[in-house]
Design a binder for this molecule. Sequence first.
Ligand SMILES: [Zn+2]
Length: 243
Amino acid sequence: MGTAFGSFFNVLIYRLPRRQSIIYPGSHCGSCKAEIPFWLNIPILSYLMLGGKCKYCGAKYHWHHLLVELITPLLFIMVYWRYGLYSILFFKYLVLTAFLIPIFFIDLFDKLILHVTTLPLIVLGLVFSLLKGTDVSMFNALISGGFAFGLLMTLAWLYSRIKKSVGLGGGDVMLLTAVTIFFGALNAPYILFVSSVLAVLYFLVFIRKADVQFVFGPFIAITAIFWFMVGEDLLELLIRMIV
Ligand SMILES: [Zn+2]
């Protein structure tokens, strides 16, 4: 199932930023437009069998196709290890992971975080906060989500007024609001902090150019997934080391 979802995420990663329908037409080569028959559309296997190339025109498919088909099932299995199958938290964080994978790659390749990916995530986060056995209550989700949105919008506005350029994009604000709704007031600040540190470090070490547009979404996505896997254990360990 994970590989099938990965295959679907590849469709989203390619088509959503190009404003194309995600249903029609079916899978086709981006280069020669040849339709890909279902027997050549098997996740992972088809990519390896064809050597990552189109059977008809030989155009090379981007490496992310294979990567997404590999990491999606791995991440799904990790969510299962973390929560087991019979917890509402399994479904909650499975849904979050499923959204964060295309968000990560679309921001990485196209420098965009689309509302069509973050708005449903905000709604779903609120729906999960209503369910029994969840970890963040409706009250917590609404207050912390609202607070995060207000604070980040103010920061984005101030930055754009002072620097006359966009520092924190609207997509970043929406994604951080969604993440805050999923994690609540206790954990969301850590995610904001760790993802900011990672992003700044990455920028200082690998980019070091002022004119390169900065992408924040991939760091938020990685940190959020890392946080529900081991974040609380890590905090506990840190506190025990200090106290
Ligand atoms: Zn082709």
